[in-house]
Design a protein around this ligand. Structure first.
Ligand code: ZN
Ligand code: ZN
Length: 403
């Protein structure tokens, strides 16, 4: 289920699109809209932003659940320069796409570690009553022994091979062209720094961070809805070189066996017996907390099959003012299997008389017939009934009759 389709629409893909579909669609659109090709920079940015979100499984999950609003609430979206993403994907920079006439804005973005998105499945009971639940979370924290330095003071040196840049550039001759190839520095594995094995921090082995388990208290407020998020700022992985991202809890509402929810209203199907429908009575509704509602059916009004009634104030609490929604009851009526013929006179006395027979013109032939039970399973009008055919092929069927 997807709340908004705007980003999918921008890329002309359905919400079910795979990663490969997205990439293909983005490439097609971006090539057409690229400002260097005379496209509209704003449109290009929009399409790029849509792709940037949908291409990240966490962000996509958040967008599907909460729409664009969910993304901005979770923060950390930082404006990635569309040119950056485009070059990253399709190896721009060289050739016709050099020198971007736009962008500039997002250059000094703050580095943050990845947000951790976690879905929790919550019962309707817990959303009704509210609940506090503990969530165990394992994430990296700055090594407590070396305070994130990776080794003893002064043990960390700039990698001499790459001068701390972390990359190695090699030249390759390709016909008349010389191609520059960038790859991570072998010496420092792209870190740009080196720690001698003997000076490495024994706790983190020079990695500067260690895995750590933490319990988060997740408060599920009364009346929360599926798709809502709870955010723990800065509780994602720590890193000596970046700000910690956030842990984002996405609420998912488990389907309930009796109630359906529509915003703050609840809907339940209840079957009552014919006598209660005609002469009044009562029925219970087990609620989502430790209560059962005893619902009166007032004598004097006749309940019909399919009637929709409302019990005010018995829906879900609203999160803001704790003003509850309503409980809708869809009534169906259980008819008795049979009735003793000796009480027919009583029924005839109690119920409105039988509808009088319609009068037909004299040229209409009256043909008396009786009804049989139609097949319950697999049958019904319009269905073929191949295996039933040989059982009683003599008997005419509902769907075969022409008049
Ligand atoms: Zn350490
Ligand atoms: Zn190096």
């Amino acid at each position: 289920m997807v709340r908004e389709t705007k980003f999918y629409d921008l890329l002309d893909v359905p919400p079910t699109a795979s990663e490969a579909d997205l990439k293909k669609a983005y490439r097609k659109k971006a090539l057409r809209l690229h400002p260097d090709k005379g496209g509209d920079p704003d449109q290009f940015k929009e399409v790029t932003h849509a792709y940037e979100v949908l291409n990240d499984p966490d962000k996509r999950a958040l967008y599907d659940a909460r729409g664009e609003a969910g993304l901005s609430e979770s923060g950390g979206m930082g404006g990635m320069d569309p040119q950056d993403l485009f070059s990253q994907l399709f190896g721009g920079g060289g050739g016709g796409f050099g020198g971007s006439p736009f962008g500039g804005g997002g250059q000094q973005r703050q580095r943050k570690t990845k947000d951790l998105v976690h879905r929790v499945h919550v019962t309707l009971e817990d959303l009704y009553k509210g609940k506090t639940t503990k969530l165990a979370l394992t994430r990296n924290i700055i090594c407590t022994k070396c305070s994130g330095k990776g080794g003893k003071d002064g043990a960390v040196r700039k990698c001499p091979t790459c001068s701390g840049r972390g990359i190695k550039i090699t030249m390759r001759q390709m016909g008349p062209m010389i191609q520059q190839i960038q790859s991570p520095c072998d010496e420092c594995s792209g870190n740009g720094e080196i720690i001698n094995a003997k000076d490495r921090c024994t706790q983190c082995k020079g990695k500067k961070v260690i895995p750590d388990k933490k319990f988060l208290e997740v408060h599920i407020d009364k009346g929360m809805k599926g798709g809502q998020t709870i955010q723990f700022r800065g509780e994602s992985d720590q890193s000596p070189s970046a700000e910690a991202g956030d842990v984002i809890i996405v609420i998912e509402e488990k389907p309930h066996e009796r109630f359906r929810r529509q915003e703050n209203d609840l809907i339940i199907d209840v079957e009552i017996d014919l006598l209660t429908a005609l002469a009044g009575g009562e029925f219970p509704v087990r609620h989502l907390d430790e209560r059962a509602l005893i619902v009166k059916v007032h004598p004097g009004e006749v309940t019909k099959h399919g009637d929709l009634k409302v019990i005010h104030g018995q829906g879900m609490p609203s999160q803001r003012h704790h003003e509850p929604g309503d409980l809708y009851v869809r009534l169906s009526i259980k008819f008795p299997e049979n009735i003793d013929p000796s009480v027919y006179p009583l029924l005839e006395k109690a119920l409105p008389p039988r509808r009088p027979m319609e009068k037909f013109p004299a040229n209409i032939v009256l043909d008396e017939v009786s009804m049989d039970d139609a097949e319950q399973s697999g049958g019904g009008p319009g269905h073929s009934h191949d295996d039933a055919m040989d059982e009683d092929a003599e008997e005419p069927r509902v769907q075969c009759a022409n008049q």
